[in-house]
Structures are given as structure tokens and as C-alpha cells.
Design a protein around this ligand. Structure first.
Ligand SMILES: Cc1ncc(COP(=O)(O)O)c(C=O)c1O
Length: 565
């Protein structure tokens, strides 16, 4: 049966040649995918021994480092003498030259020609986004000394918190709640901000919640439509994990790109801001200066300074770079290419696995026919098509009576079995609001009830506050997917509504969480004396919902959420 699900998504694939029948073509694709999967399984033994007996499915959090990377990095450090790149000694000069070489190598990894792009090493994607924000803020302030300028900021609803936060420095901001709004805005000539405003539009290449991939063509079209007045920031933190990011055409690429290398290679924990040099002037007015970014400073008896003007990275990289980590990046790029061949191979491998997973999850049903899972997908996405969808699946789990099994219970249960997934609101407020159907008022009420991003309530009136996220990576295999599906069938499918107990007593919270996990395993209810058991309003299944009366709110939630049945 699983073989059937394996091939089903590929059966619509059109033949590249009219001579080859589509069935044969499907067989070719599946056999190529299986052969690569076999290669990855072999790699797992030699390079990812730390994964033995474990099923790691949180590559959206971080992917995993290979043994060769760690060994070669250790050999590199032990076999060489490196000084601080800001010093002038021979070991320092060696380090400084190598940092520059890795900078160029990292640009080329993304197909970016150093003639047209610069790369600023930062600690992570968030730091890259924050750096753009601070620079634009200071650019606006500088322009204000010459006349009036304001900062208009637009972001797509799929954005991560780190992208949403930029709006706090903007004069005005707009959240685009779907692609159609963006398309209309581009078509109508970027309405909404005036000539005295500098615009910045930011969006993720891939939603870190649903894994949906957004149109990369927006950057060039926004530039054209706004006559260069609106700049673009592509947050590629999630996209670059399992997809090539091609910046070979500077005319078509975003002005600014944020990435976290640990999400691509597992190590080192370094990020980058990639800047299209043609947009670099926007970042040249930053007021703060740190060590290494300055040519002259008067600190005593005056306050003048002169910034370095040799390159954007000379101006923006404050203090000593994480140079040892940058050397690890050098090695990581080579090891990754040696192990996985190319990002394109990783992309098709993970697309294949995600499609296989999606097909299997979709078919998980209770004996009464109701679905075990509600999978949240965007209308524009399509599993198996790496242009539209990354290797991430999010869902919530329901009993046969339609009761929500809180996502953190699923995470704990899976963890007990050595399966590592993620649950919660995933730092994706727009996605959570849209797919789970929360209005701002609902979210405020949830907050008043004690719901926190860092410590969510398991549900609000039976509605989920978060989701379960499964994200695959370069070294994921079909076996990982099978293990997760078997776990859901064996351990989650049998859970009944009556097994779900809850406590409103915060002192008992941990105990309940722990005991509930074992309770679910044993399918036994806890003793009444030990637990405060409070049954709240049961979550209704979509079939039970009516669009009137008491169920109106829930009906609306389900409608907006577009739950997949
Ligand atoms: C799309 C996206 N943007 C930004 C971030 C933040 O990345 P970091 O924590 O490395 O700064 C993440 C992290 O998961 C992400 O997935």
C-alpha cells in the first residue's frame, strides 16, 4: 500500500518525450528517487552515526552536521595557527585572507557573483534582518535631515516573527494576507506608499510553518513596478535548507537575503546577509560603528569619526567575526557537496519524501472514517512540486470523536519513541492566525487566559493554539517517514477522547503532562485523587459544525482554516 502512495503523486508528471509513456516516466522517477534514497541510507551509517536508532524530523529547526565536517574542522584547527583577523601577524593575515575567501565561496554557493553582491557574516538570519532594519531606519533619519522621508514596510502573512518585527521601526506597515494582495499591489503600481517614503517589502522564500514556497519572481517585479523605490528582503532561512537559492541574475534577485547556515549544513552556527550591491546605499547610513568598521575615531575632546568605505562588509561587520566558525563553513560547503552532490538533488529528494509523507498522512483514518489529522496547506502549494512546496508538513491530531489531541502531547509521545518533531506556534503569527482561524481579539483573549508563545496553553475552548510540524532534510530517508507513520498508527490512532484529561492547576501541570503521556500509553485514566480532571467543551469535527447558533465561531474557524480532510 505504501508503494501505491509513493507513486500516486508522480503519476501526473508529464513525460519529457512523447515516446516515453507516462507510466514508464513515473517508474523512472520513482526508481531514481529510491536509488538516491538508498545512497542517503548508506551515508547515514557512515556520516550520521549520532542518528542511530533515532528519527529526527525537525530540520526546520536545524539540520544535522556530518561526521566528516566535524573531523575535518578539528583537523583544520589542530593543524593550523590562526590569529584574530584584525591583527597584522602572519597567523592573523592567514585568518583574514581565509575569511574573505570563504565570503566569496559562500556567495558562489548561492550563484551570486561577488561583483554584484556582498555578504555580511552575522550570527543568524534574524541578525541579518535586524541589520537591514537598523540600516534602513538610519538611512531614513539621514534623509530626514535633507527633507521628509518615511519608512513604509510591507510583509507577507507567512513571515517569521523575525521579519514581522521590522515593522516596529517603520512609519507605516502593511501585512499582505495572501498572494493575491501582493499581486494586486504589484499590478497597480505599488500603491499605499507615497513618493516621500522608502519602501521595503519582506517575505519568506518558504513558510517555516507550512513549508509552502512563495514566488521568487516578486523581487524583480516589485523593483520594476515601484521604479526602484521599494526594496525587497527575501528571508531564505527556511528555503535554503533544502532548496538551491539562485542569485545568478542580479536584475531578478532580491535586494537583501537572510540565511542561517546551520539550517543548511547543521554547523557552523553562523548566518549571512547577502546584499545586491545596487541597493547597498540603503545600508550605508548606519550610525553605530563597532571595532573594525572605522578608519578614524576621535573619542577624547571631540566626537568625529570616519567610517571605512572599502566595502559594505567592512562597514557592517562589527567587531571580530566568528572566524573559526567561518572556516567551518568553508569545510561545510565542500563536505555537503561531496555527500549530497547538489542542492538540486536535495530538493528533489526531500520533495519526494514530503510527497510520500503527505500521501500517507492524508490517508490516516479512524475506524469510523474520520481523519486522524487536519493538515494545513496553502491553496497554492502542491506536495511533490519543489517550486511550490518545501519538505515540511504541519497538522493537528484528532480522536475519532473529533477531540483535539494537543500538539505538545503528540510531540512528547513521539519524543518517548525517539522521534523528534516540533510543536507550537513556530514563531509564525500570520500562519497561526490564518490556518487556525484566530482573529486579533481571539489572540488577545488567549493571551489573557495565559497563552504564551513560549508556553502555550494546550487549547482554547478545544481549539488548537499550535500545530505539529514535521520537517525533512537532506539526510532524511523513507525509513524516517515510515517510522513516523507507524508511530501515528500504533500510538496515536488508538487514543480516545476519554483518555484526554486536563488540569487547570498550574502546580499539577508538569505531573499531568508526564502522566498523560504514560496514561495514553497504558490507555488508563488517572486516579481522581491525584489529578484534577476538567473536561472542557469538546472540539467538534467539521461534520458536526453548523454555520449558525453556538457553533458559528467554530464553523468560521474551520472554514478559514481550509482543513484538509
Ligand atoms: C523562515 C525563517 N525565518 C527566520 C528564522 C529565524 O532564524 P534564526 O533563528 O536562525 O535567526 C527561521 C528559523 O526557523 C525561519 O525558519
Amino acid at each position: 500500500q505504501s508503494h501505491l502512495f509513493l507513486t500516486s503523486r508522480y503519476s501526473n508528471t508529464s513525460s519529457p518525450s512523447t515516446n516515453v509513456s507516462s507510466r514508464k516516466w513515473v517508474r523512472v522517477i520513482v526508481s531514481q528517487a529510491m536509488s538516491y534514497n538508498l545512497d542517503v541510507e548508506t551515508l547515514r551509517d557512515s556520516e550520521y552515526g549520532h542518528l542511530n536508532g533515532k528519527t529526527y524530523l525537525d530540520h526546520g529547526g536545524t539540520t544535522l552536521y556530518a561526521k566528516s565536517l566535524v573531523q575535518e574542522f578539528a583537523r583544520d584547527l589542530l593543524g593550523n595557527l590562526y590569529g584574530n583577523p584584525h591583527s597584522a601577524s602572519t597567523p592573523s593575515a592567514v585568518a583574514g585572507h581565509r575569511v574573505d575567501a570563504v565570503r566569496e565561496k559562500a556567495l558562489r554557493f548561492f550563484g551570486a557573483n561577488p561583483e554584484h553582491y556582498d555578504l555580511i557574516f552575522v550570527s543568524n538570519a534574524t541578525a541579518a534582518i535586524k541589520l537591514v532594519t537598523e540600516c534602513v531606519r538610519d538611512y531614513i533619519n539621514y534623509e530626514n535631515t535633507k527633507g521628509k522621508k518615511k519608512f513604509w514596510y510591507g510583509y507577507h502573512k507567512d513571515a517569521h516573527n523575525s521579519v514581522v518585527g521590522v515593522r516596529e521601526h517603520a512609519t507605516t506597515s502593511r501585512c499582505f494576507i495572501n498572494d493575491d494582495e501582493v499581486e494586486d499591489w504589484i499590478r497597480l503600481g505599488i500603491t499605499g506608499h507615497s513618493l516621500d517614503e522608502v519602501g521595503l517589502f519582506a517575505y519568506p522564500g518558504q513558510s517555516n510553518m507550512t513549508g509552502r514556497r512563495l514566488p521568487l519572481s516578486w523581487s524583480a517585479r516589485i523593483r520594476e513596478s515601484s521604479h526602484g523605490r521599494t526594496f525587497t528582503l527575501l528571508d531564505a532561512a527556511a528555503l535554503a535548507t533544502t532548496s538551491p537559492l539562485d542569485l545568478s541574475d542580479p536584475a531578478a534577485s532580491p535586494d537583501f537575503v537572510s540565511v542561517s547556515f546551520y539550517k543548511i549544513f547543521g554547523f557552523p552556527d553562523v548566518g549571512a546577509l547577502i546584499i545586491r550591491k545596487a541597493a547597498g546605499h540603503l545600508l550605508e547610513r548606519r550610525r553605530y560603528f563597532g571595532g573594525g568598521t572605522i578608519d578614524m575615531v576621535i573619542a577624547v575632546g571631540g566626537t568625529s569619526h570616519v567610517k571605512r568605505d572599502t566595502s559594505l562588509h567592512d562597514q557592517l561587520e562589527d567587531g571580530t567575526l566568528p572566524f573559526h566558525s567561518i572556516f567551518a563553513l568553508d569545510i561545510a560547503i565542500d563536505v555537503h557537496a561531496r555527500l549530497f552532490t547538489s542542492m538540486a538533488r536535495i530538493s528533489s529528494h526531500t520533495a519526494f519524501l514530503a510527497s510520500y509523507l503527505y500521501d500517507n498522512l492524508q490517508h490516516l483514518r479512524h475506524t469510523n472514517g474520520s481523519s486522524l489529522l487536519r493538515i494545513y496547506t496553502d491553496d497554492a502549494s502542491s506536495y511533490g512540486n519543489p517550486i511550490l512546496q518545501g519538505a515540511t508538513i504541519v497538522f493537528n491530531v484528532y480522536t475519532s470523536e473529533g477531540k483535539l489531541i494537543p500538539c505538545e502531547f503528540i510531540e512528547k509521545l513521539a519524543d518517548n519513541e525517539g522521534i523528534y518533531i516540533r510543536s507550537g506556534s513556530l514563531c509564525n503569527p500570520g500562519g497561526i492566525a490564518t490556518y487556525l482561524g484566530y482573529t486579533p481579539q481571539d489572540l488577545k483573549r488567549a493571551f489573557a487566559l495565559g497563552n504564551r508563545c513560549s508556553k502555550p496553553l494546550s487549547d482554547i475552548d478545544g481549539n488548537p493554539t499550535g500545530v505539529v510540524r514535521v520537517s525533512l532534510g537532506a539526510m532524511s530517508t523513507r525509513q524516517d517517514v515510515d517510522t513516523l507513520v507507524s508511530f501515528l498508527v500504533a500510538k496515536v490512532l488508538p487514543i480516545k477522547g476519554r483518555d484526554l484529561v486536563r488540569s487547570d492547576d498550574p502546580l499539577l501541570e508538569n505531573l499531568i503532562a508526564y502522566d498523560t503521556v504514560s496514561l495514553l500509553e497504558d490507555a488508563k485514566l488517572p486516579s481522581a485523587t491525584k489529578h484534577v480532571v476538567v473536561e472542557r467543551g469538546a472540539m467538534k469535527s467539521p461534520e458536526e459544525l453548523s454555520s449558525s447558533g453556538k457553533s458559528r465561531r467554530l464553523a468560521r474557524l474551520f472554514k478559514i482554516s481550509r482543513f484538509k480532510r
